[in-house]
Design a protein around this ligand. Structure first.
Ligand SMILES: [Zn+2]
Length: 183
């Protein structure tokens, strides 16, 4: 080091900093879909229930998502009673129905999942489709700083057979989430 002119030392130190910075950045920026996959694997029991978030502070986000779904994706969103679930999507007619007993925050959570179904690739089986929709939901909710990793992990804990979708369809999941959060 002491034989190097100062300018070379400067360049060398800059390069070393860049390499160290890059390694640190790479290790601290984990792909959120991988984070989700790990969280699902960590839930060892079968959790079938869904506890929606209370509150209304996501009302405008829900309105925005509705707007995107209807104008970009040609979907119709209705609210009303539902017997067996909190949301249903008919991918053929592009109709989404959400349980109106949910809070607005809850409706938004369910809507992000149903929106994922609307954009899912046609060749997925029913378990894989749930993983795809929930992956989209996780990214969209995360975008709005409504990060409920536990909620998604519990929902998918009984659907581990389809978890490979989070890796195989990562590009499609990210793309769907991007469409749904477009400004
Ligand atoms: Zn679903």
């Amino acid at each position: 080091m002491k034989y190097l002119p100062w300018i070379h030392r400067g360049i060398l130190l800059t390069l070393i900093s860049l390499v160290i910075g890059g390694v640190v950045y790479f290790h601290t920026t984990v792909d959120p879909l991988i984070t989700l996959e790990r969280a699902v694997q960590a839930v060892v029991y079968v959790e079938t229930g869904y506890r929606s978030a209370p509150g209304v502070h996501l009302y405008w986000q829900a309105q925005r998502l509705e707007h995107v779904l209807s104008f970009v994706n040609g979907a119709t969103i209705t609210y009303g009673p539902l017997a067996d679930s909190y949301g249903v999507t008919n991918t053929q007619t592009r109709q989404i129905h959400i349980d109106d007993t949910l809070s607005w925050n809850g409706r938004f959570e369910v809507l992000t999942h149903e929106a994922g179904h609307l954009l899912q690739p046609g060749r997925l089986n029913s378990v894989e489709a749930e993983v795809f929709a929930e992956g989209v939901s996780y990214l969209v909710l995360r975008h709005y700083k409504h990060d409920r990793l536990e909620l998604h992990a519990h929902y998918l804990s009984s659907r581990k057979a389809g978890l490979h979708v989070l890796r195989e369809f990562a590009t499609d999941i990210r793309y769907a989430a991007q469409i749904l959060t477009v400004r």
